[in-house]
Design a protein around this ligand. Structure first.
Ligand code: IMP
Ligand code: MG
Length: 183
């Protein structure tokens, strides 16, 4: 069964990316990262919680030895507000290591900018970013995203880890919402 055959969740307007499209692209990203890091052992740092399915699928497409760690951020005033704090730091020592930050989505760029600023203090040998989704039209802070799964239009999306007020992370596809939240 194709994911487009699922009964759509009642809050979803349309499927933007099917399970199959997502998995195919992750296969390509995994190959690219494995080639680029063939002589280096990366640490993948996932940004909770939206990254859970993406990190789980991406790590299994990477064929070089590497390690995994997690970082959590909290936006006390919600989506679209600039306030952000790191509520869980990485546990591995990243000094002199090759770090890849793995994110679900880069929107305005503020979250990633703060995360990169924070991780640079740990003096990694290199620091790159892999984001499943990218909304280039919304960027207000320039952030270097080396690996991008999909550039998407300026729509609020849910599913495959992405939430609306903590719900809908479990959808196997990525879809747009019927009543799109204002940012
Ligand atoms: P930025 O600081 O604007 O780049 O915010 C990125 C963060 O906002 C992501 O990590 C998500 O948690 C959230 N976000 C941005 N766009 C969306 C969306 O379309 N759906 C769900 N969450 C989003
Ligand atoms: Mg997120």
């Amino acid at each position: 069964m194709d994911s487009t055959d699922h009964n759509l969740h009642e809050d979803v307007e349309e499927v933007l990316l099917t399970t199959e499209q997502i998995q195919r692209r992750i296969g390509e990203l995994g190959k690219e990262i494995s080639l680029d890091y063939s002589s280096r052992s990366p640490i993948l740092i996932g940004v909770l919680k939206g990254v859970i399915p993406f990190l789980a699928d991406l790590m299994r497409q990477i064929t070089v030895d590497g390690e995994i760690d997690l970082l959590a951020v909290h936006r006390p005033n919600g989506y679209g507000h600039p306030d952000m704090e790191i509520t869980k730091d990485v546990e591995l020592d990243i000094t002199g290591r090759h770090v890849i930050v793995v994110e679900d989505i880069v929107d305005m760029g503020r979250t990633l900018d703060k995360i990169l600023e924070h991780l640079r203090l740990g003096n990694p040998a290199s620091l790159e970013v892999c984001a499943l989704l990218n909304k280039p039209s919304r960027r207000i802070v320039e952030v270097p995203v080396k690996y991008v799964g999909f550039d998407i239009p300026n729509r609020f999306v849910v599913g495959y880890g992405l939430d609306y007020e903590e719900r809908l992370r479990n959808l196997p596809y990525i879809g747009t919402m019927k009543n799109e939240p204002e940012a």
